[in-house]
Design a protein around this ligand. Sequence first.
Ligand SMILES: [Zn+2]
Length: 332
Amino acid sequence: MRLQVIGGHAMAALLGLVISTSYGLAQKAAGDGAVYEKNIPIKVTEVAPGLYFHYHHQESNNAWLVTEEGVLVIDTRQHPQRAEELLAAIRKTTDKPIRYVINTHAHGDHYFGNKIFKREGATFIAHRDTAGMMREHFDSEMKRRMGYFKQRKYDPAEVELVPPDITFDTNMTLHLGGRTVELLYVGPGQNPGDTLVHFPKERVIFTGGPFSKNSWANPSFTPSMENWVELLKKIAAMDVDTYLGGHGDIGRKEDVLHEAQMLADFNTGMREAVARGMSQREIVEKVKFEKYKDVRNYYRMHLFIASYYHFLTTGKPKTAYSKCCVPVPGMK
Ligand SMILES: [Zn+2]
């Protein structure tokens, strides 16, 4: 009899496991595409002469510009070992020295590889708010990436905070080997300090945090969803053909406008729900934003709702930056 009870418990535990597994699969089938996304290989594309895009769907993206006077790199990946891989990919295209690194925003998956490029002699550039966020949130960024380090068997102790050597407030133009690179800041999008890296002649822009093709972005950091939407409309109106996101594949204008519409709908839907007095749980269960269920990361919608609910009910982002933000004319 006792044995049967134990057997019953064991069976229940087993059933529980099966149920949670099939629930996980159902989530994937509902839109985040995680099953096929696992199989998307890292891809390097020369989007304009000497300008390369490094697309890693499961983690984060980079770009680099090769000139006669050296190389400019955008973002450095999620761990020094990943940065070594990026450097190896760059070395397949050039043996010129690494002159500059731009960090587009202060999320660990875009700057935790900095020390490898410091070793290579690069000068680091970032927006003033990105520099501040790096210092203020380094520990919490490390904490939320411990699972990743463990899974990849990466030593967290290898990551070092390498802050920028140069900061800027609204814009900055670099000239390197006859090429022009503009760093633009039009206020926060996904993050305080979000830097847009514009290659005017090449009609290309690297968008870091605010734009990622067909992806839901984590809204825990934005102090203004309105400014984020405006930022996307502004870059969609620029004389640019190619939009390189911090995540996702190469985008076009329609992809940028699609994200602007999605975030505007999310903002409106959330504000209406909160104004009607709905709780966070009710919003998760009833509002759902299913129109966008086929967009990458939709399976994390409950977390996005929780973050933005926090913002709307407290007036502060879930992950707030205390010195936010360098003011920009016309910022919403
Ligand atoms: Zn990222």
